[in-house]
Design a protein around this ligand. Sequence first.
Ligand SMILES: NC(=O)C1=CN([C@@H]2O[C@H](COP(=O)(O)OP(=O)(O)OC[C@H]3O[C@@H](n4cnc5c(N)ncnc54)[C@H](OP(=O)(O)O)[C@@H]3O)[C@@H](O)[C@H]2O)C=CC1
Ligand SMILES: Nc1nc2c(c(=O)[nH]1)N=C([C@H](O)[C@@H](O)CO)CN2
Length: 235
Amino acid sequence: MSAPILITGAGQRIGLAFAHHCLAQGQPVVVSYRSYRPAVDALQKAGAECLAADFSSDAGIDDFIDQVKARSDGLRAIIHNASDWMPESPERSATETMQAMMQVHAMAPYRINLALQNLLTSGDGPRDIIHMTDYVVEKGSAKHIAYAASKAALANLTLSFARLLAPRVKVNSVAPSLICFNAGDDAAYRQKALGKSLLQMEPGEAVAVQTLQFILDNPYLTGRTLALDGGRHLA
Ligand SMILES: NC(=O)C1=CN([C@@H]2O[C@H](COP(=O)(O)OP(=O)(O)OC[C@H]3O[C@@H](n4cnc5c(N)ncnc54)[C@H](OP(=O)(O)O)[C@@H]3O)[C@@H](O)[C@H]2O)C=CC1
Ligand SMILES: Nc1nc2c(c(=O)[nH]1)N=C([C@H](O)[C@@H](O)CO)CN2
């Protein structure tokens, strides 16, 4: 059996869609989830190894690393997808917001990549790390300042880990803009968000799945970011 792909934050949406995509192709997966949902049960039944993990503390990151090491002696890829789209809020201090964003979007991928790099470099065939960043790395965000800064840190980790792990491991980012709305997004927000890109659409998780698979299949991409944003930069 081929080495599994490790996907963080796969309890819903993009991570969940990619996990099912991999399983449908006979590619084993190990996933992290934070909140239990029936979708996690279904993913487990479909053959995924599902590990509970909360990256908001260093102990939570260490525990996840230990769980992965205990279950795998090799990895095909690590997809850092886990994320919290946290806006600035009067209910939270600026320090708390920045610390939470850096913890999940930078500290967790940094610590996990360093701890698990040998699982990637063992064995034959292509090996990948993919960081899910965000279009706002290029432009900033007035309402998600700490979030955008933490995703920019993650984008820089792509460059450093590409240098560190070449030529054995490719390291790339995907920088989406709107992929899929959240349940609480009202009609006014949806209309405004759709108008922010040239293609003016909510493409859904499938386009992220396609992009991730493209990167895994391509032997000549590393240290790069694939923008998945409907032409937002030209709107
Ligand atoms: N969806 C979109 O339109 C866009 C997505 N992206 C990026 O693409 C990726 C996937 O997006 P999407 O599917 O919407 O992601 P979600 O917002 O659904 O988050 C994915 C998962 O991350 C988990 N997570 C959040 N915080 C933590 C934590 N501290 N420790 C462990 N797990 C955590 C959540 O777990 P739980 O649910 O259990 O809390 C959630 O299931 C993300 O990195 C996102 O930033 C970028 C731009 C647009
Ligand atoms: N972790 C998440 N990050 C982001 C999300 C999300 O739902 N979860 N959504 C967005 C928006 O779609 C934005 O790109 C367009 O308004 C950004 N990041």
